[in-house]
Design a protein around this ligand. Structure first.
Ligand SMILES: [Mg+2]
Length: 277
């Protein structure tokens, strides 16, 4: 592939940033956390927003598919709620003990002499808890998370758009409402994040377990690595069964830093110094 050729060619732009998704990328899907998150989101819709339980699977599926996250979709179709309350409901009761310390990944990250940043749709508190559980809290220079891109919401009451009805009987000429929430895989959101964090996509490798995030990243010029499968999809330059395979798949990253002499060990830099706005 042309993009791979450019990446492997000596004339390629120097890679100066590694961008990592958090959930199901830095720890495996098999931890079971994602299933718990989905369950909590469903409970929030029923208990806090009064949505009928029987509608939850369709509703969550449609919102996720059309808006990137359920929360972004809920906002688009007219629900208003406090972002912090939503996040603490969805993440607050998670069994974080299922995430185990990962000294192998820690060693890999600390030995990589390139700027490393987290880019997640999750909130700051969840991100910090996961990184702490993994023992990676000092491995990243910055964190781009939900709060980086989304100011607290103004509580304005609006009518609810019936997305299930719309999916069953689309009305000609009627489009889905837009969401005010910025998150992956929106290309606009990704570009906003890059402006804030000073990231050049041409010089950045992006690791994510979501094929559609990877495809959005590729469209805006990132080098891309799909994590969690060895099956490469369209838009992915590489596919890694586990983030632990990073060295086997991309040995040039270690040479990259040595060549540039631009060695950054972020041992002192903790979550407090994130690039969150
Ligand atoms: Mg993920």
């Amino acid at each position: 592939m042309a993009c791979e050729d450019r990446f492997l060619n000596d004339q390629r732009p120097k890679i100066d940033c590694l961008l990592f998704d958090l959930d199901d990328t830095l720890y495996p899907l098999s931890s079971g956390l994602s299933t718990e998150i989905l369950k909590n989101i469903g409970d929030y819709l029923v208990q806090k927003l009064g949505i009928e339980e029987s509608k939850i699977p369709d509703m969550c599926n449609l919102l996720y598919k059309n808006y990137g996250t359920t929360m972004a979709g809920l906002r688009a179709i007219g629900y208003t709620f406090d972002y912090e309350e939503y996040h603490s409901f969805v993440h607050g009761r998670l069994p974080y003990e299922k995430i185990k310390p990962d000294p192998v990944l820690r060693h890999l990250l600390l030995s990589l002499p390139i700027r490393k940043i987290i880019f997640t749709n999750a909130d700051r508190t969840h991100t910090a808890k996961v990184l702490n559980r993994l023992g990676l809290e000092d491995c990243f220079e910055g964190i781009i998370c939900f709060e980086t891109l989304n100011p607290p919401m103004e509580a304005t009451r609006t009518n609810i758009f019936d997305i299930i009805e719309y999916s069953l009987r689309p009305v000609a000429g009627m489009e889905l409402p837009e969401t005010p929430v910025l998150c992956k895989p929106s290309e606009y959101a990704i570009k906003q994040a890059f402006d804030i964090a000073g990231i050049d996509p041409q010089k950045t490798i992006f690791f994510d377990d979501s094929a559609r995030n990877i495809q959005a990243g590729k469209r805006i010029g990132l080098h891309t690595v799909l994590v969690g499968t060895s099956h490469k999809v369209k838009g992915a330059d590489h596919a890694l069964e586990s983030i632990h395979n990073i060295r086997e798949a991309l040995p040039e990253l270690w040479e990259e830093g040595e060549r540039s002499g631009d060695v950054i060990y972020s041992g002192k830099v903790a979550i407090e110094t994130t690039v969150t706005a």
